[in-house]
Design a protein around this ligand. Structure first.
Ligand SMILES: Nc1ncnc2c1ncn2[C@@H]1O[C@H](COP(=O)(O)OP(=O)(O)OP(=O)(O)O)[C@@H](O)[C@H]1O
Ligand SMILES: [Mg+2]
Length: 573
C-alpha cells in the first residue's frame, strides 16, 4: 500500500521554485519584471559564469523599506494585488508574490534597497530560503538583488544547466526581449568585466531591434497597426523571405509582456498566408495592447502564456493586421522597404493599460498610408522585362532596369492558374471544356466513397465526374484553363488531401482543390518555352495579386540588382 506523506516545507518550496526558476535567465526575467514594476528607468544586470556564479540586477526604482524588504521574502507576499478580483485586471508584471521566495529557496540571495526619501537602506541576506541577516547599510536609491550560486542546494538541477556561454545566450535573449517595449528605460548587461550591451533610453528602437533580429530582416520591417475598442495591435513584420525554421525571431507582446503563444503565432502565420512556406516562421514583432480584464495571465508558472477571453477576435485581428501590413510587399520586383527606423512614432493608444502609463512603453510606429501608386504593376505602364532566355528548361532569365530577374517557370504558372481559377470561381465564370469522349477512371472503394461525398467541390471548379457504377467514374468536362493534365492523378491527390489530418470544409476545401489543380495544370520544370510563351508568362505574373509566392509559399522569383551583382563580383566592396 502507498503511504502518503506531506513533504517537508523545505522540499515543497524547492519544488515550487523549480516551476518558476528553470535557469539563470528565468531569474533575470523575474528581476527585470520587478524593476519595471518598481518604475525604474535604469536597470543594470551583471552576471558571472553565465549567471551560474552571480546574477545582480540593480535598479533606480521606488525601492523597499525594512518591513517590505522582509515581507517580500515570504511566499505570496506582493504589493501588486490585494483581493481576488484584482487578478482579473493585473496591469503589473508581478502579481503572485512568488518570484523572490522562489529565487531565495534555490540560491544565496542578497537584497539591498533604499526607498525614496529614506536616508539609510537595508540589506537582507538569505541562503537556501533561510534568513541569515538584516542590517542597515548605505545604498543608492532603488534596489539591488544579487543571486549567487543558483541551485547550489539542488545538485540535480545544477547538473542540467548548460555551459556558461549557453546560459549567457539565454540571458542576453531574456534581457533583449524584456527591453524591447520599454524604450524609456536604459538597460545595461555585463558579464564579468565585459559589457555585452548598453541600450540607452531612446525613442528610436533601431538599436534594440538590431540586437534582437537579423540585421537585414530588422532593416526590412514593414509596419502596420489597427485599433478596435479595447484592442490595439501593432505589427513590424519582415518579408517572408527572411522566414526561419524556428520561431526564435518571432516576438509577441501582450501589454508589454513577452509571451510564447502558439495561438498568436498561428494568427501571424495565417496573416502571412501563401507568402510563407509550410513549416517556416517569419521574423516579426507583434504588440497586442488589450484591456487587462480581457486576459488571464495566471495560466503558466513562468507567466509565459496568456489566455484571451475572446481568442477568436484577437486571432482575426492579428491575422488581418499582418496581412494588411505585408500587402505592399507583393511586387514582382520588390521595392526596398523603408527601414523601420525612418518611421515616425505615433501616439500611445487610448486604451493603453496603466502599466503603459507609468513607464512609457515602446509605442509602435504609425501605419503609413499605402503608396498612392497601385501595388501591382498595371499592364499599361508595366515595362515588360526583356527576356534573355531559358535556363535548364526551368528558369526564365530577364533583364530588368536595375538588374537580373530569375523566374521559376512552374511556380510562376502555378500562381497564375491559381489566381485565375480563384477569380473565375468568384465570378461564377469558369470556362469549361466538355470532353468529346468521356474519360473512364477507376478508383478504390474508399476513394469512391469520398468522391460521391465531395465530388461537388470539383464539379463547381469544372471537373465533372459521373458515377458509372462500381468503382468507375466518367470524366465529362474539365476547366479549359488546364492543359496536359493527368486527371486521374489530380483527382487521387484531391482525395488523399481529404484524408489527411484535419478534415477540410467549405472555402478551405475549395482552396485546396484549386491549389492541387494549379500544381497539376501548371507548366512543368523541364518544359521548353518559346520567347513569346516566356514573355506572356512574366507579363501575366506581373498582373497577379501575389506574384511573389506560389500557392504553397515557395518563392517565384529572385532578383539581383546591378549593385548586388557588383558586390558579388567585388567590383565594389
Ligand atoms: N526591484 C524592486 N523594487 C521595489 N520593490 C520590489 C522589487 N522587487 C520586488 N519588490 C517588492 O517585492 C514584492 C515581491 O516580489 P516578487 O517578485 O516575489 O512578487 P511579485 O512581483 O509581486 O509577483 P510575481 O511572483 O508574479 O513576480 C513585490 O510585490 C514588490 O512589492
Ligand atoms: Mg515579481
Amino acid at each position: 500500500m502507498n503511504t502518503i506523506r506531506i513533504l517537508p516545507e523545505k522540499i515543497a518550496s524547492q519544488i515550487a521554485a523549480g516551476e518558476v526558476i528553470e535557469r539563470p535567465a528565468s531569474v533575470v526575467r523575474e528581476l527585470i519584471d520587478n524593476s519595471i514594476d518598481a518604475r525604474a528607468d535604469r536597470i543594470s544586470i551583471k552576471t558571472e559564469r553565465g549567471g551560474k556564479g552571480l546574477i545582480r540586477v540593480s535598479d533606480n526604482g521606488i525601492g523597499m523599506g525594512r518591513d517590505d524588504l522582509l515581507l517580500c521574502l515570504e511566499r505570496h507576499a506582493t504589493s501588486k494585488i490585494k483581493i481576488a478580483s484584482d487578478l482579473s485586471s493585473v496591469t503589473s508584471f508581478g502579481f503572485r508574490g512568488e518570484a523572490i521566495p522562489s529565487i531565495a529557496a534555490v540560491s544565496r540571495l542578497e537584497i539591498t534597497s533604499l526607498p525614496d526619501k529614506a536616508l539609510l537602506g537595508n540589506r537582507v541576506t538569505m541562503s537556501g530560503g533561510k534568513l541569515l541577516s538584516v542590517e542597515e547599510v548605505g545604498a543608492p536609491q532603488g534596489t539591488i538583488v544579487a543571486v549567487k550560486n543558483l541551485f547550489f542546494n539542488m545538485p540535480a538541477r545544477r547538473k542540467f544547466l548548460k555551459t556558461p556561454r549557453t546560459e549567457m545566450n539565454h540571458i542576453v535573449d531574456a534581457v533583449l526581449r524584456a527591453a524591447m517595449p520599454f524604450r524609456k528605460i536604459s538597460f545595461r548587461l555585463e558579464e564579468g568585466e565585459r559589457e555585452i550591451f548598453h541600450l540607452p533610453a531612446s525613442s528610436n528602437p533601431s538599436l534594440r531591434l538590431s540586437h534582437l533580429m537579423d540585421r537585414m530582416a530588422g532593416k526590412s520591417l514593414l509596419s502596420g497597426e489597427n485599433s478596435q475598442k479595447d484592442l490595439h495591435i501593432a505589427v513590424h513584420a519582415a518579408p517572408a523571405e527572411f522566414a526561419r525554421k524556428r520561431a526564435d525571431r518571432l516576438f509577441v507582446y501582450v501589454n508589454g509582456r513577452n509571451i510564447k503563444d502558439r495561438f498568436v503565432t498561428k494568427a501571424i502565420i495565417e496573416g502571412y498566408g501563401q507568402r510563407l512556406m509550410k513549416g517556416r516562421y517569419p521574423q516579426a514583432l507583434v504588440f497586442i495592447t488589450i484591456d487587462p480584464a480581457q486576459i488571464d495571465v495566471n495560466v503558466h508558472p513562468a507567466k509565459q502564456e496568456i489566455k484571451f477571453q475572446n481568442g477568436q477576435q484577437v486571432f482575426r485581428a492579428v491575422a488581418a493586421v499582418v496581412h494588411q501590413t505585408l500587402k505592399p510587399a507583393a511586387h514582382l520586383v520588390p521595392k526596398r522597404p523603408e527601414p523601420f527606423t525612418n518611421l515616425k512614432s505615433g501616439e500611445a493608444p487610448q486604451s493603453a493599460p496603466s502599466i503603459f502609463k507609468t513607464v512609457e512603453p515602446y509605442v509602435p510606429a504609425t501605419v503609413r498610408e499605402p503608396p498612392p501608386a497601385p501595388i501591382k504593376a498595371p499592364s499599361m505602364d508595366f515595362k515588360a522585362p526583356e527576356i534573355i532566355g531559358q535556363l535548364g528548361n526551368m528558369y526564365i532569365l530577364c533583364q530588368m532596369d536595375d538588374g537580373l530577374l530569375l523566374v521559376d517557370q512552374h511556380a510562376a504558372h502555378e500562381r497564375i492558374v491559381y489566381e485565375t481559377l480563384q477569380k473565375s470561381l468568384r465570378s461564377a465564370n469558369i470556362e469549361i471544356q466538355n470532353l468529346l469522349l468521356p474519360y473512364e477512371m477507376e478508383f478504390s472503394l474508399k476513394e469512391k466513397g469520398v468522391l460521391l461525398e465531395k465530388g461537388h467541390v470539383l464539379a463547381q471548379l469544372g471537373i465533372e465526374l459521373d458515377h458509372f457504377g462500381g468503382n468507375t467514374f466518367l470524366l465529362r468536362s474539365v476547366p479549359a484553363l488546364l492543359k496536359d493534365v493527368n486527371w486521374q492523378m489530380l483527382i487521387s491527390e484531391f482525395i488523399s488531401k481529404l484524408d489527411e489530418g484535419v478534415p477540410l470544409e467549405g472555402v478551405h476545401l475549395t482552396d485546396e482543390a484549386i491549389k492541387i489543380m494549379a500544381c497539376h495544370g501548371a507548366i512543368r520544370a523541364g518544359q521548353h518555352l518559346t520567347p513569346t510563351e516566356m514573355s506572356d508568362l512574366v507579363r501575366q505574373l506581373s498582373e497577379m495579386d501575389l506574384p511573389t509566392n506560389c500557392p504553397h509559399g515557395r518563392p517565384i522569383f529572385k532578383s539581383f540588382t546591378y549593385f548586388e551583382l557588383s558586390k558579388m563580383f567585388k567590383r565594389i566592396v
